[in-house]
Design a protein around this ligand. Structure first.
Ligand code: TYD
Length: 198
């Protein structure tokens, strides 16, 4: 059985962490071993906490990529002794969050994307499956306001811009899931995809 590396993407408030938790439980019930991880990692959160508000989008992109460069090794290690590794966010998060604020530096979003793709060539571990939790920004904002306290990075985010940028990144290989459905139902779809891939 080949292990599966699955990634969840989506804007803040799309419900990724809830779905990831349920998918983990479901996989474990079928006897699979699962390692769940997330970006930013604890290492990156510390960098951001130590210097809040002091990074422009290009610097942030490089920092997130540095974080991922190390994270991919941890993921590869864990794929050796787990059936499934799930990451809450990966490369597309940097494209969507930082890329959506970079056109000033690069002249256009397509040039920004070209640069980000080039820099991201140091990330060689690619997901086997990517799920995008799709939700409108007004619903996401409402969820954030109702259910949790957001951190400083989230507060600075223009969700409409990020959401629009994500839409330009979606390809056939990325499975778009309706994030307004019950998390249980979304998790069931994801479970089937992962089990089919194993
Ligand atoms: P998030 O997944 O929302 O973590 P949590 O809800 O547990 O705090 O991630 C925190 C923020 O980091 C989120 O606003 C998206 C942002 N982010 C980027 O801007 N670029 C990136 O490359 C990544 C991985 C995250």
């Amino acid at each position: 059985m080949t292990p599966v590396f699955a990634v969840f993407e989506g804007i803040d408030g799309s419900g990724k962490s809830t779905v990831v938790d349920i998918v983990k439980q479901k996989l474990e019930k079928t006897g699979k071993t699962v390692w769940v991880t997330a970006e930013p990692t604890a290492r990156m959160r510390k960098i951001l906490e130590d210097n809040p508000d002091s990074y422009d989008p290009v610097s942030l992109f490089l920092l997130f990529t540095y974080d991922r460069y190390n994270h991919q090794r941890e993921i590869a290690e864990n794929l050796k002794d787990h059936d499934v590794v799930i990451s809450d966010r990966y490369i597309l998060s940097s494209y969507a969050y930082q890329g959506s604020s970079m056109s000033g530096t690069f002249g256009s979003t397509s040039q920004a994307l070209e640069w980000m793709r080039y820099v991201s060539r140091i990330i060689t571990l690619m997901p086997d499956l990517t799920f995008f939790l799709d939700v409108k920004t007004d619903i996401a904002r409402q969820r954030i306001a109702n259910y949790r306290s957001s951190d400083s990075l989230e507060n600075a985010v223009d969700l409409d811009r990020v959401s629009a940028f994500y839409s330009t990144l979606l390809t056939q290989e990325i499975e778009k899931l309706d994030a307004t459905l019950q998390p249980e139902k979304i998790a069931e779809t994801v479970l089937q995809r992962i089990l089919n891939k194993l």
